[in-house]
Every structure is written in structure tokens, then in C-alpha cells.
Design a protein around this ligand. Structure first.
Ligand code: GDP
Ligand code: MG
Length: 172
């Protein structure tokens, strides 16, 4: 049974430089609302079909100024689902998502996806796939390595997967 339009709000969280908002990734897929500014948070909206449901995505591309700046409580409360992103070429960014999870209170049923980006740069890899998998198990969430800049559709799939989890949570 089709349930009409569902709104799904996603916060994209990760250290500076991991590839959250490059023009090859989010801005290709999502209609940007407002002025584009590299220095601040941006919001995107897009209507997408996922398994026959029409999903109105609202994406918050967060913009920490440094690896010390954690997402706010408001951001986490706003979100229906969280995309935690690090770069496999950047050990500090892996530690950042760890710290986010440790310092921030996620409600028990908040869907989370862990993504290791820049999987095209294996020659500069600092975080192994296994470490990503272990952290995913730790967080009790799905883990995936992607190359956002190369495989844009992989990123679309990540958002679809998160939407499925959000809808499943609502149906419970
Ligand atoms: P943000 O600070 O997390 O928003 O990161 P940006 O989206 O601004 O990207 C930072 C840099 O990483 C840019 O130079 C991107 O082109 C680059 N980048 C993003 N995704 C990838 C990827 O999958 N592979 C590679 N090699 N570079 C990427
Ligand atoms: Mg950015």
C-alpha cells in the first residue's frame, strides 16, 4: 500500500574535507535552498522515489569549522536519520565520527549510516575496511565505503537506504 509523501530529514555529519558537500556529490543530487556558501550549513530538498514511496528529502549538510566542533543537539533532534561520513584517507576524520557518536546523544531508534568516502584513493588509505566494519558494528549501523566524487549513484543509494530505515522505524 502506497503511503503518499513521506518527509525524511537527514543530517550529514563529518569532519571538514571528507566530501560531504562537493559539487560532485550533494549539490548534484539535491536542489539547494538558498545561497551557496562553503563556510556554513546548507539545506537541500529533493523528491525521490524509493521502493514506490515518494520521499521528500530534506538534507542538512553540516559544516564544522574544525575537527573539534561537534554537531549541536538541535541538529540531532531535527534529523530523522544521520549520515556519518569520514574519508578512508583521513584517520582524523575517522576519529571525528567516533567522537561524535561518543559525545552526542542519539535516541535509541535513530537510523544511522556510516560511510567511508574516497574509496577511489586506496593508495592513500589510512583507515582499513575492517576498521570501518568494526565501527559500524559498534554503532549498530550499516557501513559502506563509497567514492562520492566518482560514483554519484552510490551516494544516492546511501540516501535511499537511510530513507528505508527511517520509514521502517516509523512503521514499527
Ligand atoms: P566537506 O568539507 O566534507 O564538505 O568536503 P567537500 O565536499 O568540500 O570535499 C572536500 C574535497 O574532497 C574536495 O576537493 C572534493 O573534490 C574531494 N572529494 C570528495 N569526495 C571525494 C571522493 O570520493 N574521492 C576523492 N578522491 N575526492 C573526493
Ligand atoms: Mg562542506
Amino acid at each position: 500500500k502506497k503511503s503518499g509523501l513521506s518527509e525524511v530529514k537527514v543530517a550529514v555529519i563529518g569532519a571538514p574535507g571528507v566530501g560531504k558537500s562537493g559539487k560532485t556529490t550533494i549539490s548534484l543530487l539535491w536542489r539547494y535552498i538558498g545561497e551557496y556558501d562553503h563556510q556554513s550549513e546548507s539545506k537541500y530538498k529533493s523528491e525521490v522515489q524509493v521502493d514506490g514511496d515518494t520521499i521528500l528529502f530534506e538534507i542538512l549538510d553540516t559544516c564544522p569549522k574544525s575537527g573539534d566542533e561537534m554537531p549541536t543537539r538541535d541538529t540531532i533532534h531535527w534529523a530523522d536519520g544521520i549520515l556519518l561520513v569520514y574519508a578512508i584517507t583521513d584517520r582524523d576524520s575517522f576519529n571525528y565520527v567516533r567522537r561524535v557518536r561518543a559525545c552526542t546523544e542519539f535516541s535509541a531508534n535513530l537510523p544511522v549510516l556510516l560511510v567511508g568516502n574516497k574509496d577511489d584513493m586506496i593508495h592513500l588509505r589510512q583507515v582499513s575496511t575492517e576498521e570501518g566494519e568494526i565501527l559500524g558494528k559498534d554503532f549498530d549501523c550499516t557501513f559502506e565505503e563509497v567514492a562520492a566524487a566518482e560514483q554519484v549513484m552510490e551516494i544516492a543509494d546511501v540516501f535511499h537506504e537511510l530513507a528505508r530505515k527511517v520509514l521502517a522505524t516509523r512503521r514499527k
